[in-house]
Design a binder for this molecule. Structure first.
Ligand SMILES: [Zn+2]
Length: 235
């Protein structure tokens, strides 16, 4: 599992969702009593170069379960711990800083389902309004995280205005691909605005048809994950 956490960090960093040493990915430990989370410290070389040995085991309060020289849990570990505590279905979490989402949130651009067959998995993320948490502060306390979770509700995504995004998934693969798709959706909405146009959603008829297909057409995230693992290896 630490291997996949590290791979996720590298893939998302290569795609520009993490810069330098900020942001993190975690997975719920199979034993259920804590998490594996990307560590911070003097020994690390940033998200793009994350190794499985940079991943640390911690409880949901962010306390290390085993000491690792030169590494500690991130200051924002409580984002992960509080979500795992509150939502048993969540198996992995990405907290990234994708410029597309930071920009759309600051500019007040609502993410709309502007395309269909181009990328149905990305479009579906916008079938319901995307929650935006208004504080741009990094979240260091449980109280801050709970305020964010109130905005997030039962969604797997929450955009943090001027800060980044939290994405939950059943697995590291699932959370990673969802983060990639959310970035793709934001980027296309942003391109519309750059063209000087207000982005329209696809037609109601198309939306209804896609909604009826939900759960039938997307298939597993595994092939898409493998695509990005290969892409990382070969680029
Ligand atoms: Zn952050």
């Amino acid at each position: 599992m630490a291997k996949n956490v590290a791979l996720s960090c590298r893939i998302l960093a290569k795609l520009g969702q993490f810069k330098e040493t900020t942001g993190h990915v975690s997975a719920r430990r199979a034993s259920g009593d804590g998490m594996l989370i990307r560590g911070r410290g003097k020994q690390e070389s940033g998200l793009l170069y994350t190794k499985p040995s940079d991943v640390v085991a911690a409880d949901f309060d962010g306390r290390m379960l085993r000491d690792k020289a030169g590494l500690k849990t991130p200051n924002e570990s409580c984002i992960h711990g509080e979500l795992y505590r509150a939502r048993p279905e969540v198996g992995a979490i990405v907290h990234a800083h994708p410029p597309s989402l930071v920009l759309t949130s600051m500019a007040g651009i609502e993410l709309k389902p502007v395309f269909g067959g181009f990328d149905p998995r990305a479009m579906r993320l916008a079938l319901r309004p995307t929650p935006v948490f208004e504080s741009s502060l990094t979240l260091h306390t449980k109280e801050q995280v709970h305020a964010m979770m109130d905005v997030m509700g039962d969604r797997d995504i929450c955009i943090m205005r001027g800060h980044g995004v939290v994405v939950c998934g059943k697995t590291v693969e699932d959370a990673t691909i969802k983060a990639i798709k959310l970035d793709a959706l934001a980027e296309m909405n942003l391109q519309f605005v750059r063209l000087g146009k207000s982005p329209p959603a696809i037609s109601e008829t198309d939306l209804a048809a896609f909604q009826n297909r939900t759960g039938k057409g997307d298939g597993s995230v595994e092939p898409v994950w493998r695509y990005y693992v290969e892409w990382l290896k070969n680029s």
